[in-house]
Ligand binder design. Structure first.
Ligand SMILES: Nc1ncnc2c1ncn2[C@@H]1O[C@H](COP(=O)(O)OP(=O)(O)OP(=O)(O)O)[C@@H](O)[C@H]1O
Length: 627
């Protein structure tokens, strides 16, 4: 495993186990236990309290702790312990109202802004900036002046005023999760947004949210006590902790002890919320991974073209400010495996993503036609097709899996979405899918970090198969795997394809994968398809100097004693392409004509097309052959 992958996996240790580990420490239980005690004491105050909270004992005014009054009495002879217990009812309820409001407003708006992005996010950021500039206490005093007698409204107002801080944290965390491949994979699989948020976003941002909320709860208790202290709290005679502190402060010279019980209870409650936040932060921090496993390979490629399933004609794909794919025409038959091959940066992945309407932000198909199963799909693929008729697997399967869900749950989620049915039937179908990709049932209980690269890719394939797609876009599905596992995964794809009659667009830069797995291939260079045809013809008789150059650089095709040839230069960036042939600046056959105007596509042999004016020179006996 490379350092990068280790690092990646380290971020993906399942949080459930971390939380269990974190709560094994006494430090974690102490604050939780204290808060549970406080809540229980307040709720059970009518049962536990030795006196009524308003009963006065004028014979024992400002008494210290004693048998009749374990924590003493206040200036009116009321039992301090009783008032502490009852006071918790109001103080904790107020804190709970603030927390509930903050969660409802802050978490909801933060998640929506982070997940949707775009104009909503821009408006959200602007509003949050404005709200953060408003002084909370000053505004609260205005609210108190207007609706001071309605304490619930005051607490809701406090929640709204402090929620922008949490909303900003939540937005940031959601933005990070939204960029994860498994969220893109869930979208590709057609999961609705609310399900993606519930299943994949919220569990990942739960840590920061709980930390923030626990700190806010402590802060809310403090503000509530402060308001009571200032006389804006619940009206007498109902006790609150803040009110008790205010009364104790008034007689501090006569009975300093009176300040201790409410001060300690309140102080410890605030400390407990803070410590709880620390525990949650530790629980959601990164930990080292468990080692993966190794699987063994076998290869059984299949490829039988039938009638056209997908046809692209003269397609142009634009990313912000530049065209990245131009004049692209491509056909894939039903059940056919077609390769899209070329150097890095030629536009292969962008083409594959356009088929699923998954272009980067600002990207669009800006010209051409796009037919799938006889239906014109331009300018974009309907979302309903994603994950059902057209599915995607990528080169980083672990990143496409949600690290906090078991494999079984992730596959089952898609099975339920696609086919519905009872719990038992979803489970049976899930296990069938895993068996189809040669994974044992036990894998359903594992988390993504417990899988080897090959196993993770099998799971990704199982998830892609859940919708029973007619076309699978496989974007470098074996690049991250070692040679043996690579062959095994390709073999599996071949078997599944033969069994299901599914077409595959295999995006790769590896000619050995092309030759062992596909019968037809499209060679892509700098946004153009420069050559296409049967793989055998491309390998034995390339009709474009770029294809020839790629093949000439393959070590296994070199004759002993001869030097490997490499194509000089590098692929030009979009926007820096020549007007005519994009390959001309690197081509040894190029003439002035090549750069003068766009090059028409020629078909020198049936089904074998090239975008080269000089393709005849590559034939045996041609200029290149005799050179
Ligand atoms: N998210 C993006 N934002 C801006 N430009 C992008 C983005 N993704 C790709 N591009 C650009 O689009 C062009 C084609 O990229 P693409 O990823 O399709 O190439 P590729 O042939 O698949 O290469 P690789 O095998 O390295 O993925 C490149 O110039 C690349 O810089």
């Amino acid at each position: 495993m490379t350092a990068g992958i280790e690092e990646f996996v380290a971020r993906r240790v399942h949080p459930g186990r971390r939380w269990l580990a974190a709560f094994r420490r006494p430090l974690a239980w102490a604050p939780l236990g204290y808060l549970v005690l406080l809540v229980a004491g307040s709720v059970l105050a009518p049962v536990l309290a030795p006196h009524s909270p308003v009963a006065t004992d004028l014979d024992h005014v400002l008494a210290g702790p004693g048998p009749a009054h374990p924590l003493g009495t206040d200036a009116l002879g009321r039992d301090v312990l009783t008032r502490l217990l009852y006071g918790g009812q109001i103080s904790l309820l107020h804190a709970a109202i603030v927390v509930a409001t903050v969660i409802a407003v802050g978490v909801t708006s933060g998640v929506v802004a982070g997940y949707l992005g775009g104009w909503f996010d821009r408006v959200f950021t602007w509003v949050v900036d404005v709200l953060l500039a408003i002084p909370v206490l000053m505004t609260l005093l205005v609210v108190l002046a207007v609706v001071g007698e309605h304490q619930t409204v005051v607490m809701i107002a406090l929640g709204v005023l402090v929620s922008p801080g949490l909303a900003r944290v939540v937005r940031g965390a959601t933005l990070a999760v939204r960029k994860e491949l498994y969220v893109a994979a869930a979208r590709v699989c057609g999961l609705p947004h609310h399900r993606i948020v519930a299943a994949h976003v919220l569990p990942r941002i739960a840590g920061p949210v709980v930390v923030q909320v626990s700190l806010l709860a402590g802060g809310a208790l403090l503000i509530d006590a402060g308001l009571s202290y200032l006389g804006f709290g619940a009206p007498p005679p109902d006790p609150t902790w803040g009110d008790m502190i205010a009364q104790a402060a008034a007689v501090i010279d006569r009975q300093p002890w009176l300040l201790v019980p409410p001060g300690v209870v309140l102080g410890l409650a605030i400390l407990a919320f803070g410590l709880l936040g620390d525990v949650v932060r530790d629980a959601t921090a990164d930990h080292p991974p468990s080692p993966g496993e190794v699987v063994t390979p076998s290869l059984t490629p299949r490829d039988e073209p039938t009638t056209a399933l997908l046809s692209l004609r003269d397609v142009e794909i634009t990313l912000p400010g530049r065209i990245v794919v131009e004049d692209l025409s491509l056909d894939i038959g039903r059940g056919e495996t077609v390769a899209l091959v070329g150097e890095s940066g030629c536009g292969k992945s962008i083409t594959g993503r356009a088929l699923l309407d998954l272009l980067p932000a600002g990207g669009a198909v800006t010209a051409g036609s796009f037919r799938f199963d006889g239906v014109d799909l331009a300018p974009a693929v309907p979302r309903a097709l994603r994950g059902t008729r057209i599915a995607l697997i990528s080169q980083d399967p672990v990143a496409a899996l949600d690290p906090v869900c078991t494999v079984g749950r992730q596959v089952a989620e898609l099975v339920r979405l696609r086919h519905g049915g009872s719990r038992a039937s979803v489970r049976a179908r899930t296990l069938d899918l895993l068996r189809d990709v040669n994974l044992p049932d036990a894998v359903a209980r594992r988390y993504p970090h417990e899988l080897s690269g090959g196993m993770a890719q099998r799971v990704a394939i199982a998830m892609a198969l859940a919708g029973e797609p007619s076309l699978l876009v496989a974007d470098e599905p074996t690049t991250a795997l070692d040679a043996g596992v690579q062959a095994e995964v390709l073999g599996l794809l071949g078997t599944l394809q033969a069994e299901r009659g599914m077409a595959i667009l295999l995006i790769t830069h590896d000619w050995s994968v092309v030759s062992s797995f596909c019968r037809r291939a499209y060679v892509m260079y700098a946004g153009h398809i420069v050559e296409s045809g049967p793989v055998e013809d491309l390998l034995t008789q390339p009709r474009h100097p770029y294809t020839e150059g790629l093949l000439g650089a393959l070590p296994r095709r070199a004759r002993p004693g001869t030097r490997l040839t490499a194509i000089p230069g590098s692929v030009p960036e979009p926007g820096q392409w020549p007007r005519g042939c994009h390959f001309a600046p690197r081509c040894t056959l190029a003439t002035a004509d090549c750069e003068a105007a766009p090059i028409p596509v020629a078909e020198p042999a049936a089904g074998h097309r090239t975008r080269c004016l000089h393709h005849a020179k590559l034939l045996p006996g041609g200029e290149r052959a005799s050179a």
